[in-house]
Write a new protein. Structure first.
Length: 320
């Protein structure tokens, strides 16, 4: 098994590295990595419906989509992500517990007693410290998960805080859980770099076949290209979302505003505006102008500018 520390905290590079290793390597792989503040949605989720759009945008939190299913997770420098990639003989070898067991055992060596839940999470004292997901490619399975060690739980909660009913569709929805940091269950917490070393050392010592591996310059070039062409794109992050409808009603100093919109690939296909915030002709023109355009703050802002409709960011954020 190749044990890897990718040497990058860019979420798009690390997610691309997972896909690259899954599709192009034949060895089993174990990787530990971290990233900057990022909300990572599952492959089949509606990104808009899983995040607090305003909070993530105004706080510079990245949005990413992974190739596995499951629910939304949050990454920051207090979180550690683990990735297993293994060759399997058949479906009988694809088991969440097969991959989470080494993590549970590694945590036990530092005095943290974790257990699996019925929802493929890892829990300590009933609180979620790890979310997991899988993806199968031919005879190889990718299993990855988070390890909340000293994560900013307030930022996590704000970034994935959503209002029920705004976004409706067939996308997979996350199950919200009470989360906690691993360090809080340790008698004497250690620096996160040492925590990473502990987890990696446990894996390295689990078998004589485990060895450290460094990406070659060609590997890094190919991974970076995949990150740029896929994982960094709006089309993958948001445009891959299943179709959805969006509804919102707000009370502004200028009047009420009711919005109904339908979206395909996160682009407006139908828009209806009601209320007395916009003049009737302005509302109709705006609804028409948004068709086939991306559901983004920049789109809303630009459409107002193009039509000469005076407004502000409070109104623009009403569209999310």
């Amino acid at each position: 098994m190749l044990c890897i520390l990718p040497g990058s905290d860019d979420p798009y590079f690390c997610l691309a590295a997972e896909e690259y290793l899954l599709r192009n390597f034949t060895d089993d792989v174990f990787m530990l990595w971290q990233s900057k503040d990022t909300v990572v949605v599952g492959k089949h989720q509606n990104a808009m419906g899983e995040i607090d759009y305003r909070y993530t945008r105004e706080n510079g939190i990245k949005i990413a989509r992974r190739i596995s299913g499951g629910g939304t997770v949050f990454h920051d420098q207090g979180n550690v992500n683990f990735t297993f990639i293994r060759n399997v003989a058949g479906p009988h070898e694809i088991s969440f517990s097969h991959f989470t067991r080494p993590i549970v055992e590694a945590l036990a060596t530092i005095g943290v007693l974790a257990e699996t839940s019925g929802r493929n999470d890892l829990l300590v004292d009933g609180k979620k410290i790890s979310g997991n997901a899988e993806h199968v490619f031919k005879n190889r399975v990718l299993h990855h998960g988070t390890l909340l060690y000293q994560s900013n739980l307030a930022t996590l909660g704000n970034a994935i805080r959503v209002k029920p009913g705004k976004y409706v569709g067939k996308a997979v929805q996350s199950n919200r859980s009470t989360v906690a940091n691993i360090a809080d269950f340790m008698k004497e917490p250690i620096p996160i770099a040492q925590f990473i070393d502990k987890i990696m050392d446990y894996q390295l010592n689990s078998s004589p076949n485990c060895k450290m591996h460094l990406f070659s310059s060609d590997d890094r070039s190919t991974i970076s290209q995949l990150a740029k062409e896929k994982f960094e794109t709006w089309e993958w992050q948001f445009g891959y979302s299943p179709a959805y409808t969006f509804t919102n009603k707000v009370y502004l100093s200028s009047g009420t505003l009711s919005i109904y919109a339908e979206s395909e690939k996160c682009r407006f296909t139908k828009v209806r505006i009601e209320g007395d915030h916009y003049r009737r002709l302005d509302g109709g023109a705006l609804a028409k102008a948004l068709i086939d355009r991306p559901h983004t703050f920049e789109t809303i802002e630009k459409a107002h500018e193009e039509l000469g409709i005076s407004s502000d960011r409070e109104v623009f954020y009403s569209w999310f």
